[in-house]
Design a protein around this ligand. Structure first.
Ligand SMILES: [Zn+2]
Length: 486
């Protein structure tokens, strides 16, 4: 079914019709995590938002190549190239190899993504796996006069670039404003201009992660990896580039400059940015004491949480806000989402037991159309969820015999639930069969006891051995039979 999707483009600050360069192929690059600490909820929100976009475009029949990188080198503590490499610093503190830090937090990040039912990207490249490609980009920028070398480090010349290009095109800020609002260079600084940024950094002797290059033993600047990897896997120009809103002023601005300097083209047609997660109206941060990790949110093991919430409740909560709005976390909001999610899941379970009537008092086609309209309007998940609550209301009314639905409309209603709840919003019922497993086991144990009473030992042994094979051990005692998992 052809749908006209409109997407808000940060570059033009308008909603534009989504027309890929080479449909049905779509290239999407999203800046991934720097793996030096546990994945936090703000990150989770960003990747859940892009998961929705990935799922919807795929549902519409686009063949999406989704590239989401892992930053495992070159990300310094400060945005203006100051401080230590975040991963090296952590490795030194923990007396570990940097790659042990990378492995630990990459695994943790993947676990969190899986828990939130976020689909893996098509390619997940790492910065350390693309040092050669990054060095090649630095060479091109030096050749084309957009970069200069000082004492083994290479910097991007922002003012020179801005003579022919608009450096602030993505943020909408002019170079003059940016210059006034940036600190003055110190005497030690090797940079020529205040806004210049590092492409290659000469490593100090104690620096742990470094590679040979034509300029020095060193490491790439953080922004470079995304230019190198998006170009390698998606080409000079691709359709969507995404990330959190906080990446616009520096990381994405510098990425655009690097790509234009190398290839004469801005890399992406649509720039999509997700908004921040706040807690009780304040920015979530460790220093404010209002931050918590995904696993603390699941268990409720944090002072600001009244209780724990299931991963799907959290996913639902996040999708109840549009990705461009700030999302404020509070216990009240979470509890409201938990109720809403249960209501939706109950309806999803109930739909299978509905019996069609010969006549119908409800038409589902308009509802289906409205679900598509919601997502076509810049992936508006809160509007979609409101429509799905309307679907739940219909399901409940049919179940209570207050509304008649014929077979064709019932099938369409099932398709709405399956398509939008399961496939596109990526929500699943957590009350899975495993929750009822104890009851099922008790039932089987009772059957075995009946067999024993009837002296049907062949059957009772068969049940015991069968359970043993799938990992459940039965123990007979005077009080009765108990089971446990082995
Ligand atoms: Zn990036």
């Amino acid at each position: 079914m052809k749908q006209n999707v409109f997407v808000y483009n940060t570059l033009t600050r308008t909603k534009e019709e989504f027309i890929p360069f080479d449909a049905p192929y779509v290239g999407m690059y999203v800046c991934g995590p720097t793996v030096y600490s546990d994945a936090h909820l703000g990150n989770a929100r960003t990747y859940i938002s892009f998961d929705l976009i990935f799922r919807y475009l795929t549902h519409l029949g686009y063949k999406v190549r989704y590239v989401r990188n892992i930053t495992d080198a070159g990300h310094l503590e400060g945005d203006a190239d100051e401080g230590e490499d975040k991963i090296s610093k952590k490795a030194k503190l923990a007396k570990l190899e940097p790659m042990e830090i990378v492995q630990k937090y990459s695994t943790g990040f993947h676990d969190v993504m899986r828990t939130f039912n976020v689909l893996p990207p098509s390619i997940e490249p790492t910065a350390t796996g693309h040092i050669i490609e990054q060095i090649e980009l630095v060479k091109i920028m030096l050749e084309r006069g957009y970069a200069y070398e000082v004492n083994g480090s290479v910097y991007f010349d922002v003012e020179k670039y801005n003579n022919t290009q608009d450096y602030g095109i993505l943020s909408g800020r002019h170079l003059e404003d940016l210059l006034t609002n940036t600190r003055t260079l110190g005497g030690q600084d090797e940079k020529r201009g205040k806004l210049d940024f590092a492409l290659w950094i000469k490593a100090k002797p104690e620096h742990l992660m470094k590679w040979p290059s034509p300029w020095s033993m060193g490491f790439p600047g953080w922004h470079l990896e995304c230019s190198a990897m998006s170009h390698k896997y998606l080409g000079e120009q691709f359709d969507i580039h995404g990330g959190g809103l906080d990446l616009i002023p520096t990381h994405h601005t510098n990425e655009v400059a690097q790509n234009v300097a190398c290839y004469g083209k801005s890399p992406a047609k649509y720039w999509v940015h997700t908004n921040m997660l706040t807690v009780n109206g304040q920015k979530m941060s460790k220093s404010l004491g209002n931050s918590f990790l995904p696993h603390e949110l699941f268990s409720g093991d944090n002072l600001i949480l009244n209780k724990g919430y299931s991963p799907m409740t959290v996913r639902f909560f996040m999708l109840q806000a549009h990705y461009r709005s700030t999302l404020d976390f509070s216990n009240d909001a979470m509890e409201a989402s938990e109720k809403g999610f249960k209501r939706l899941m109950n309806a999803c379970t109930l739909i299978d037991s509905l019996k069609p009537s010969v006549e119908t008092e409800v038409e589902i086609q308009p509802l289906l159309t409205r679900c598509y309209e919601a997502l076509n309007d810049d992936f508006n998940s809160p509007i979609l969820i409101a429509e799905l609550f309307e679907a739940s209301r219909i399901i409940n009314s049919v179940h209570d015999n207050k509304l008649k639905i014929d077979e064709a409309n019932l099938e369409l209603l099932k398709a709405v639930i399956n398509t939008f709840v399961t496939n596109i919003l990526g929500l699943k019922n957590e009350q899975s069969s495993s929750d009822e497993l104890p009851q099922v086991l008790d039932f089987v144990v009772n059957l075995r006891n009946e067999a024993k009473i009837n002296r049907d030992y062949a059957t009772s042994d068969k049940i015991r051995d069968g359970l043993q094979k799938i990992g459940f051990q039965l123990k007979d005692s005077k009080e009765g039979t108990t089971w446990n998992k082995v």
